[in-house]
Design a protein. Structure first.
Length: 338
């Protein structure tokens, strides 16, 4: 294992450059790299480990108290990368092509890279950055494509064809199934300092699921959400949550967010695994359950508050979701009906 301990800003820049310049796919399966950062403005860890032939993984988990900026450059091997932002936000820009990337919590990215790179990484202050990245050689990634019975995802195939900069990135919002694998992988990576069959299996499942999701869900409709569009889909969900008693139509959501009706519908499916209506129904019922547990409103008032103006419809939807009617739940909690 290569161990680095960093205690000042200059050393961070130097160590980051060294880590980026190191072999992404070492032949020695035990060649781990671990960096511990400890200074007043930034502290945490960076961990890098080979997983199997053609696959490596890195985990960044740091806390910052002031904005920080790092400049890195070097020649990158040809690789495809899956990255997931589990906490905080990171901005970066490439000198080549003057391209900028914004990375937000909850996002997933698929990138293809090769060649000389010079980039600037900007980390805002007061952030807890958690970033999980999986690197694949093109051969390893294409092998997973074959195993899953899918083509190289449309968006990244097109990006690869039209690539004008050393790195090209497409963004997406991982559905629940993929999110579960991401957090399992982070948990295993957190506690592991040696080659792990469990990590290799999760990486395999994650790669195949992402390929299938992008090829079937996003690749087949030739649509992939950009970072600003992801924010607009989240904004649309927030609007539904605020107006669940009188929700806007798809057309109105489209007008407010600036996305067309088609992108609203497909965006909700890609981001949350549900249609806008299914998303609204789930939010309504979760809110109703919370209000019933608080016991401060009558059941009819709770239904009206969350947008159910027919008591029978409210009771039926609630039972379908939670297995009991609002009255039965309140009785089980020992709360008197108002």
């Amino acid at each position: 294992m290569n161990y680095y301990q960093v205690s000042n800003e200059e050393d961070i820049q130097k160590t980051l450059q060294e880590l980026i310049s190191s072999d992404l796919f070492p032949t020695d399966p035990n060649q781990f790299r671990f960096c511990e950062i400890s200074q007043p403005f930034i502290n945490g860890i960076f961990k890098y480990m080979p997983v199997s032939k053609g696959i490596s993984i890195s985990l960044t988990d740091i806390k910052t108290t002031k904005p920080m900026q790092f400049n890195v450059k070097g020649k990158m091997p040809h690789f495809i990368k899956l990255s997931f932002i589990l906490g905080g936000s990171i901005n970066s820009s490439l000198k080549e092509g003057k391209k900028e990337f914004s990375n937000y919590q909850g996002q997933g990215h698929i990138s293809i890279a090769e060649g000389q790179m010079e980039s600037q990484i900007m980390i805002p202050g007061d952030q807890n950055i958690q970033l999980l990245e999986i690197y694949f050689t093109p051969e390893a990634f294409e092998n997973y494509c074959r195993e899953s019975g899918h083509n190289l995802p449309y968006a990244i195939a097109q990006a690869s064809k039209n690539r004008k900069t050393p790195i090209t990135t497409c963004s997406f919002l991982p559905p629940q199934k993929i999110q579960k694998l991401i957090y399992e992988l982070k948990k295993e990576t957190d506690r592991c300092n040696k080659k792990s069959l469990v990590i290799e299996e999760i990486c395999t499942d994650l790669a195949i699921d992402v390929i299938s999701y992008l090829d079937e869900g996003m690749g087949s409709i030739k649509t992939i959400l950009s970072a600003p569009e992801i924010e607009k889909i989240r904004e649309a969900k927030h609007i539904l949550e605020k107006r669940m008693d009188d929700p806007p139509t798809i057309h109105e959501l489209s007008r407010i967010t600036g996305l067309n009706d088609y992108k609203i519908k497909t965006g909700f499916r890609q981001a949350f695994g549900k249609t806008p209506h299914q998303t609204l129904t789930e939010m309504r019922l979760e809110k109703a359950k919370k209000l019933i547990e608080e016991g401060n409103k009558s059941i009819s008032d709770v239904g009206t508050k969350v947008g159910y103006h027919n008591p029978g419809d409210f009771s039926a939807a609630f039972r379908k979701k939670f297995g009991s009617t609002p009255s039965e739940m309140r009785k089980a909690l020992g709360i008197r009906n108002l």
